[in-house]
Design a protein around this ligand. Structure first.
Ligand code: COI
Length: 354
């Protein structure tokens, strides 16, 4: 148990805040002034530091570079109308980081380190939290192996870091997705539920192939039969078929999305029937054909609620009905945003105030 971290703080001599252009924010290009770091060595986490955001120096033999023992999280801070900085569900990210850590043979990080590091970092970089509608401060905590050793074994040393980036929308328009039945993102017993670098690296090639055909993303299917919908890599996916909201259950092949969980919580609160169960590709395609597929959308921290415009499957594109502000995905987006920005009551204790 760690009570208060002793963080060595080295502030920038001159802020780069003039780089923050709220009117032209894209995702992941501009980074705030400071970053937090902690080191794991001799069986414990220590060496807590906040310093200027900048490059790291690592050995060419760094274990992460070769074998990918690395995990990360994504969460967001929003600026409330009264100027306060509100972070959405950080404790859930701290818990998920540790789930990923266990799977990847990385030492778990005490929640206090995650939370106090985050709190101190955001205190310092508060002015980087944009206030314009649709913007936020994206927060990227991560852990990676640091042993300069190229034998295969878990590293004995690690670095935990947090940096932040003021961002706009990840997807600036409704997305076209293709149901992928050739390549596989995750298999039972694999690392699909861990937020680990390799899952993302492995999905790049199939995604790039399909981007050439106009698809922004793939919807992955199970690695064994390719008959069941899984997730989309950047987000979980949900379908409104008739009046029922349907999504695949999380397990060892699907990331346990915090936005997914928040969406399900709100939908249930509103009396919407929600089913978390294996979702057959054939069922979604049939619903798209017969018109009962009213909406499909992705849910993720970066993606927020990403409306799906077109679903491609076996050479046919199924266009979904156009969305207006009365659709479920629009209502969810508004409701989540109102909670995140302090406009509506924080019934579920999701908000952490800096
Ligand atoms: C997130 O939503 O935070 C992610 O990590 C996904 C990535 C596409 C940015």
């Amino acid at each position: 148990m760690i009570d208060t971290l002793n963080i060595d703080i080295n502030k920038v001599s001159s802020s780069r805040i003039s780089e923050l252009d709220e009117d032209n924010l894209v995702f992941g290009k501009v980074y705030s002034d400071h970053m937090f770091s902690a080191d794991f060595a001799d069986g414990k986490w220590g060496n807590f530091k906040i310093g200027p955001y900048g490059n790291l120096s690592i050995s060419p033999a760094n274990a992460t570079l070769h074998y990918g023992q690395s995990i990360f999280e994504g969460l967001k801070a929003h600026r409330a109308e009264n100027g306060e900085v509100l972070v959405f569900r950080p404790e859930a990210n701290a818990a998920r980081l540790n789930k990923s850590a266990v799977r990847m043979c990385i030492p778990e990080l005490p929640e206090e380190i995650f939370m106090q590091g985050l709190q101190e970092l955001l205190e310092l970089d508060k002015q980087w939290v944009p206030g314009k509608k649709g913007t936020s401060l994206y927060i990227r905590p991560f852990i990676f192996a640091t042993d300069p050793y190229i034998g295969i074994r878990p590293s004995e040393t690690y670095k935990f870091m947090i940096f932040t980036a003021p961002v706009g929308a990840y997807y600036s328009e409704p997305v076209n997705v293709k149901i992928e039945t050739g390549y596989t993102r995750a298999v039972a017993g694999g690392t699909g539920a861990a937020k680990t670098a390799g899952n993302y690296a492995a999905s790049l090639y199939p995604a790039v192939q399909n981007q050439k055909s106009g698809y922004h993303q793939l919807i992955w299917t199970d690695g064994k039969t390719h008959e069941y919908i899984e997730e989309s890599g950047t987000m979980n996916v949900l379908f409104l078929i008739g009046d029922t909201l349907i999504t695949a259950p999380t397990g060892d092949t699907i990331l346990n999305g915090i936005t997914r969980n928040s969406v399900i919580t709100l939908a249930k609160e509103w009396g919407i029937k929600v089913e978390e169960r294996p979702v057959k590709v054939a069922e979604v395609v049939e619903a798209a054909k017969n018109g009962s597929l009213k909406e499909a959308f992705g849910a993720g921290t970066a993606a927020t609620i990403a409306t799906i415009k077109t679903i491609g499957f076996e050479g046919t594109d199924y266009n979904l009905p156009e969305i207006n502000d009365q659709n479920l995905s629009s209502k969810l987006m508004r409701a989540l945003n109102d909670i995140k920005t302090g406009v509506s009551e924080d019934k579920y204790d999701w908000i952490f105030k800096v």
